[in-house]
Design a protein. Structure first.
Length: 158
């Protein structure tokens, strides 16, 4: 357990990154584009979707069954999101590393909302401050657990 814990701490905060690897020889076909757009519409509905070139190979965090990755940019009038999709076992999916990053983003947003609510309290709200501080300590524990389950590479574990 110590070895896994240590490796997870080394990987802390590692999100998927745009990879400038060798582009796949074959361009995306219509079926793949529909798979990618369907996934993006579930994550960021009603957005304009830009799909960059497909790279051969994957970040090792997405496992040995991952053959390709693609960087997708989705935007609407107010927001934008960058997503790395992985082709695992022949299907385009949100890979383990991107799913982990989504969980981290959600946790950080919830923590930020909690901190914002703390800023509106007065000294008369001591019980509320105590409760919020307890919740913040729970966020610290959840973040640690999230980092422990980071999908690090097998070579890091060996």
């Amino acid at each position: 357990m110590k070895k896994i814990f240590g490796n997870a701490r080394q990987q802390k905060g590692k999100r998927p990154e745009y990879r400038e690897g060798r582009l796949r020889d074959e361009n995306l076909n219509d079926i793949e584009v529909r798979q990618i757009v369907r996934i993006i519409n579930n994550v960021a509905p009603q957005t304009l979707v830009s799909i960059l070139g497909v790279t051969d190979g994957c970040a090792c965090e997405d496992g040995p069954d991952c053959s390709n990755q693609v960087w997708v940019f989705a935007t609407d009038e107010l927001h934008s999101v960058n997503i790395v999709l992985s082709k695992i076992a022949g299907e385009w999916v949100i890979g383990p590393q991107q799913a982990w990053a989504f969980d981290l983003d959600k946790l950080e947003a919830e923590r930020s909302n909690l901190i914002s609510s703390l800023e509106t309290l007065t000294l008369d709200d001591l019980e509320s401050v105590r409760i919020i501080n307890e919740r913040l300590s729970v966020f610290d524990e959840l973040e640690l657990l999230l980092h422990v389950r980071f999908p690090f590479c097998k070579s890091v574990c060996d």
